[in-house]
Design a protein around this ligand. Structure first.
Ligand SMILES: NC(=O)c1ccc[n+]([C@@H]2O[C@H](COP(=O)([O-])OP(=O)(O)OC[C@H]3O[C@@H](n4cnc5c(N)ncnc54)[C@H](O)[C@@H]3O)[C@@H](O)[C@H]2O)c1
Length: 527
């Protein structure tokens, strides 16, 4: 059976329990075989377009934000942004008006002015057309990430997209082209890159604590049984069985459809497209048991081809001979686990189930921490006192700057706040964002590449080069910082902007007016 045939067969069977095409596979992906490897081709860069490595945009002293998608995830972002100085929340948009309206409470309790509300399938188009918005923050279901982001970029807005930010290669390439063409940021909102352990460990890796990092592991292992029924159910007819978008997506699509929590932090530690690049992957999944059973129970009908396996494992190799293993399992009863393990030539880091480091005495000493015990070997983990000393020495600058605030504001223990605060910091200071559109593509492409591998008997699949020739130009991953004088100016302007918004809101009694307008509208609706 050739590849084309396999593809046709898989799409045909998907129809037996689904109504739309599988979205992990893009119609435009071009491949050819080379000595048993399926090579995924990179489309040529359109003439006149340049890469966006290290992209900067003019400083924005007050970042005017619109949020699109306010279900379970989005409202937390709105609340976090009310704690970041120099932000103006201009618009709240969700398919369901009440969900957008419900987020006004965060603005009210912060003393900030009410935002404009948009709703319906195309409400985001009106949002994106507004001239007074700088950033569109997307937290919709997966089917809407791309259309909203595309619309935002086409209308001149920086764009930040929840994970996974692109569902297939075609969307990856379109977002790359849009960012390159418009010179606007297009960032993947990969919050797990900002978790405390990951940030400190990245700092250690960059300073050689583990020697050369050769292997990394990451995962999204999270049994979603408590959530399946709460995901939004599109009333447009595409989800007649009311499975909710996430179950439906897993039913229709093979491959690691949620790879970025596991892959993002590992890719940063491995300097991917900053001196190294992923070259080949192989993926393998178990059969589908739990999801299939869920769908059958829910619909009362047989589901003959549930595409996503309960557990998917993807193995990747880099140009420089490193290996990354990523796992996805949202089906089976297991403790939550993102693995996050780094194996280096001189040390080892592991986050789950418990956070540890393994270094021998000489490497710990070389890393600037004097061991308190004599028999320190890397056969065991560092004792608590040594681990604390190591973490204290390598506390990441982002944690030093925002740690206290992150603890107060929260969001997955604070990592969500680190991510949002850094996004705004970089925009206010005109700096490159922490993650560019190539990170987005490299981390999100696992779904399609893994699907191609598994649909071809777990063959090797060669990665496209999303930078189109520039993966080796930057020398290592780094976070951008403004010089202290400029940072202080931007921070003072940000604080003044938020204070002015609050003062104006109080002076013009905007919430009293808002309540009166609501009352009037409710009375009119009753008549
Ligand atoms: N980074 C993280 O830790 C994390 C955690 C949870 C969810 N997520 C991501 O956040 C996103 C949202 O997940 P969720 O759990 O909130 O799902 P959800 O189903 O609760 O919310 C999705 C929302 O999108 C809205 N929507 C659908 N179509 C729309 C349109 N055309 N315009 C505007 N809004 C529209 C729906 O009305 C719904 O409110 C997903 O991409 C998910 O993967 C990320």
């Amino acid at each position: 059976m050739n590849f084309k045939h396999i593809l046709t067969v898989s799409v045909a069977v998907v129809f037996s329990c689904a109504t739309s095409l599988a979205q992990s596979l893009s119609p435009s992906t071009k491949t050819h075989w080379d000595k048993g490897t399926l090579v995924v081709e990179s489309p040529a860069r359109p003439a006149g377009q340049q890469n966006v490595l290290g992209l900067t945009a003019p400083k924005i002293s007050t970042v005017r934000v619109a949020f699109v998608g306010l279900g379970m995830r989005g409202p937390g972002a709105v609340e976090r942004f009310t704690h970041i100085p120099g932000v103006q929340i201009v618009a709240l948009c969700d398919y369901v008006e009440a969900r957008a309206e419900g987020c006004q409470k965060y603005l009210r309790s912060a003393g900030l002015p009410p935002a404009d509300i948009y709703s319906g399938e195309k409400g985001y188009e009106e949002v994106c057309k507004r001239a007074d918005i700088d950033l569109v923050y997307v937290a919709t279901d997966w089917d809407h990430h791309f259309p909203v982001a595309k619309c935002a970029l086409e209308n001149g807005k920086h764009t930040a997209i929840e994970v996974p930010s692109a569902m297939n290669l075609e969307q990856c390439w379109e977002l790359i082209d849009l960012s390159e063409k418009t010179r606007l940021h297009c960032m993947i909102l990969e919050n797990c890159c900002y978790d405390w352990y990951e940030l400190n460990t990245l700092n250690m890796a960059q300073q050689g604590v583990f020697g050369e990092v050769l292997r990394g592991e990451g995962a999204y292992i999270h049994n979603l049984d408590d959530f399946w029924d709460y995901y939004w159910k599109n009333p447009d007819g595409s989800d007649p069985d009311k499975l909710g978008w996430r179950m439906k997506y897993n039913m229709e699509n093979r491959g690691d459809v949620y790879a970025t929590h596991g892959l993002g932090p590992v890719a940063l530690a491995m300097n991917i497209h900053r001196g190294d690049r992923f070259t080949t992957l192989v993926a393998m999944d178990t059969k589908s048991a739990h999801g299939k059973e869920y769908v059958e129970k829910k619909t009362g009908k047989p589901c003959t081809n549930y595409r996503n396996g309960d557990q998917t494992t993807t193995l990747m190799r880099t140009q420089d001979g490193k290996v990354v293993e990523i796992q996805h399992n949202v089906m089976n009863p297991q403790p939550y686990n993102r693995l996050y393990k780094l194996t280096g030539t001189k040390g080892y880091a592991t986050k789950y189930p418990e956070q540890h480091y393994a270094l021998d005495k000489s490497q710990l000493t070389a890393s600037g921490v004097a061991p308190k015990v004599d028999d320190l070997s890397s056969h065991g983990f560092l004792p608590a006192a040594e681990q604390q000393a190591l973490v204290a020495k390598y506390t990441h600058p982002i944690i030093k700057k925002y740690g206290e605030m992150a603890q107060k504001v929260g969001g997955h223990g604070g990592m969500d706040f680190f991510m949002d605060a850094r996004l705004i910091y970089c925009l206010q200071n005109g700096l490159p964002l922490d993650m560019d559109v190539y990170d987005l593509a490299e981390w999100c492409c696992l779904a399609e590449l893994g699907s191609l591998s598994m649909d071809n008997n777990c063959c090797a699949v060669a990665f496209p080069d999303f930078t189109r020739g520039y993966w080796n130009v930057q020398n290592g991953y780094q976070f951008a910082w403004a010089n202290p004088a400029e940072e202080a100016i931007a921070e003072a302007a940000a604080i003044a902007s938020t204070e002015a918004q609050k003062a104006d809101c109080a002076k013009r009694k905007l919430w009293e007016k808002y309540d009166k307008a609501k009352e009037k509208a409710a009375k009119k609706a009753k008549k």
